[in-house]
Design a protein around this ligand. Structure first.
Ligand code: NAP
Ligand code: MG
Length: 402
């Protein structure tokens, strides 16, 4: 840890993306109490507070993604995804798109989500002994779909026009009354890089790899994912054998059933929407969304770290009324430590990596010693009245690294 008066120097600027509501409050506290006292930290700061996105017509979001492309490592606080309610609440010009979707579409890549295991928080699924890592494809499908509400009877077709002008047409549906349609897409390049990223992650961690989809129903779309995924696995066949790691393709419903009796310790690779749902399910199963880490890895080697949870609005409303909240800061702390450790690794500054790992260990040790927020207390058999407030927890971690 930092010696009196001497801070650890981070060489390259870290891209910091600030966010909204309670997540923003926790973020600020973590930075002020656990990082800045110990680090000389150059920061390239982007404020994605919903009002700032509105003021800049959302350019700030694109700028933040480009900054990650430039420097290679960023850390992001949870942000509000605008919807009709939020447009009213903040008097926005429009419902700006999800910042995460925008950043992902600039960087491409795969989101890996891994729960933090703590000894005194038993997982909801008794058989789970090791973390289940979710590899979520972060491009396309419903996240960049086009949709249309069909007002009345009529025909909807899919038309592909090749550059040569040749057309292929497919009837989507013949409506005899009102309905709704959606068209979604993905790209071979993106699917291949997703598959390579998952294969690389499983090999580097030495864990089994599962990929699950529904190719019995979606023979072309899901079938295409399955085939390209298999290519990426075949390309590393020798390494899978050398490390005695297996790869399994499974139907998503089968994977769901198997997961409930498995000990964990595998990486489950999933398409975008499945990954969205499963990462929250796995987070809930391992204790709390507050214990779930998340990193977006782009094919050209950029990293964006964040907590998997959202802005925790309900707690923010209490905070605004002056009430003490017991919001779990662990995933926010690990977003920072993940980014700092990666920055240190790329900069070849081992003291930065060591600081990050030390802060992670201090965080886990604090919980294991019985100081934790309300979301975890009930699971650890600690009465809610004894749960720490957000600030008390952060201060307890701070004492361990002082
Ligand atoms: P959320 O912020 O994740 O919170 C949902 C509930 O989960 C909370 O009310 C709380 O439960 C519990 N929770 C989540 N994080 C927690 C933590 N750190 N400590 C303790 N409890 C925690 O999801 P949401 O309420 O659905 O979404 C709120 C906003 O966040 C939305 O505007 C959404 O767009 C945005 N969002 C952003 C991201 C992102 O930027 N990555 C991700 C998801 C959602 P209790 O109320 O029971 O205590
Ligand atoms: Mg989600």
């Amino acid at each position: 840890m930092a010696h009196a008066g001497k801070k650890i120097v981070v060489k390259t600027p870290l891209v910091e993306i600030d966010g909204d509501e309670m997540a923003r409050v926790v973020w600020q506290m973590v930075k002020a109490k656990l990082l800045l006292p110990h680090l000389e930290l150059p920061i390239d700061y982007y404020d994605l507070h919903i009002t700032k996105r509105d003021e800049t017509e959302d350019h700030v979001t694109i700028d933040s993604a480009l900054a990650i492309k430039q420097y290679g490592v960023g850390v992001k606080c949870a942000t509000i995804t605008a919807n009709a309610e939020r447009v009213k609440e903040f008097n926005l010009k429009t419902a700006w798109p999800s910042p995460n979707a925008t950043i992902r579409s600039v960087l491409d890549g795969t989101v890996f989500r891994k729960p933090i295991l703590v000894k005194n928080i038993p997982p909801a699924v008794q058989s789970w002994k090791k973390p289940v890592t979710i590899g979520r494809h972060a491009y396309g499908d419903i996240y960049s779909a086009v949709e249309m509400v069909i007002p009345d009877a009529g025909k909807v077709e899919l038309v592909y026009t090749a550059e040569s002008g040749a057309k292929q047409t497919l009837k989507l549906h013949e409506f005899d009354g009102p309905g709704v349609v959606m068209g979604m897409h993905n790209l071979d390049n993106s699917i291949r890089s997703f598959a390579r990223a998952c294969v690389g992650y499983a090999l580097s961690e030495g864990i089994e790899l599962w990929f699950a989809a529904k190719d019995t129903i979606s023979k072309k779309y899901h079938g295409h994912f399955r085939a390209l995924f298999q290519d990426a696995v075949d390309a590393k066949k020798a390494e899978f054998e050398a490390k005695r790691i297996s790869y399994r393709y499974m139907l998503i419903d089968d994977a769901a059933a198997q997961m409930m009796k498995h000990e964990g310790g595998m990486m489950l690779a999933l398409m975008n929407y499945d990954g969205d749902v499963w990462s929250d399910l796995v987070a809930g199963g391992f204790g709390s969304l507050g214990l779930m880490t998340s990193v977006l890895v782009s094919p050209d080697g950029c990293y964006e770290y964040e907590a998997a949870h959202g802005t925790v609005r309900r707690h923010f409303l209490a905070h605004q009324k002056g009430e003490k909240t017991s919001t779990n800061a662990v995933a926010s702390i690990f977003a920072w430590t993940g980014a700092l450790a990666k920055r240190g690794e790329l900069d070849k500054t081992p003291d930065v990596v060591e600081f990050a790992r030390g802060l992670e260990n201090a965080t886990i040790a604090t919980i294991e010693a019985g100081t934790m927020t309300k979301d975890l207390a009930s699971m650890a058999g600690i009465p809610a009245a004894k749960a720490a407030s957000t600030e008390e927890f952060i201060d307890a971690v701070g004492k361990r690294i002082a």
